[in-house]
Design a protein around this ligand. Sequence first.
Ligand SMILES: O=C(O)CCC(=O)C(=O)O
Length: 262
Amino acid sequence: MSRGLDSSQRAAFERDGFVILRTFADVSVTAAIHEAAVELARRESVESATGANQPFVLPESNLRDVEVHFAEQAVSKVFRVHRRDPFRSFATRADLLEAVVSLIGTNALSCFLSQFIFKNPGAWGQPCHQDSFYFPFTPMRPVVGVWLACTDATLDNGCLWVVPGSHRESIHEHVPDQRPNANVGYVEIVDHDLTSAVPVEMTTGDLLLFDSYLMHFSTDNRSSRPRAAMVYHYAKSSTNDRTVETRGYTINDWMTIPADNP
Ligand SMILES: O=C(O)CCC(=O)C(=O)O
C-alpha cells in the first residue's frame, strides 16, 4: 500500500519543517536493522573503518572509560551503511521514496548519508544544529533527513527535540560542543532561542521526515536501555557535494536511486 505524503502532511512539512509518519515500519524491519548494526559494530574496528564506501564506526566519547561486554555498547554511530542490506532495502523502500520524492520534487534522487545511532545508556545527546551545516552543497537544498525509531524514543532515553518553523532560518553559526569529551563532530547553535523546541517522542517503527535546515537536538540517554535510530539523508542526484574541498574528508557516499524506484 502506498504511504506517500498526502497534502496535509506536505503542508505540515512546509509549515513546521518536519512530519512524523507513525507505525511506518514493522518491528521485524527495525530489529533486522538494529541487529545488522550490532554485527557491524562488533566486526568493524574503529581504526580499520576508514576505507571509501566502508562503514565508519564512531565511538561514544561519554562511555570511553566504561567497561563493556560487547563492542556496540561503546559505539555512538555507524555511518555509511546504505549500500548493504538490510539498510539498503529500507533506504529504497517504495513507500519511503514516494514520501521523499514528494518533498524533494524529483525522482532523480540519491541517498548520500546513512548512520545507525546506538545512543546507549549514558551516551551524549547531540546539541542543537541544522544538518545542512554539515552539507556544503550546491544547491544547499532541498535535502531531506529520515529518522527511523529502532527503539522507543522518550524524554528519558534522549528523544529528538525540534524547533518548529526553524527551517526558514538561514544556517546559523555552529560552535564546537564545549562539553569535556564531546563526541567527534558535535557542534552547537548558541545564537537562537530554543524555548519553542518540542520533543518528538516516538514508538519503534515511527518515522520522522525533516528539512535539513530544521534546528534539532537530542538529550543524553539517562535511562538504562539504548535509544536506537536509523538515519538517512537524500538530495537531488545533480547536487554538487563540496565536502572534501571544504573539510578535507567526507563520510558521504552518493548512491543513486534507480528512476523506476519508486
Ligand atoms: O538521534 C540523535 O540523538 C541525534 C540525531 C541528529 O541530530 C541527526 O541525525 O542530525
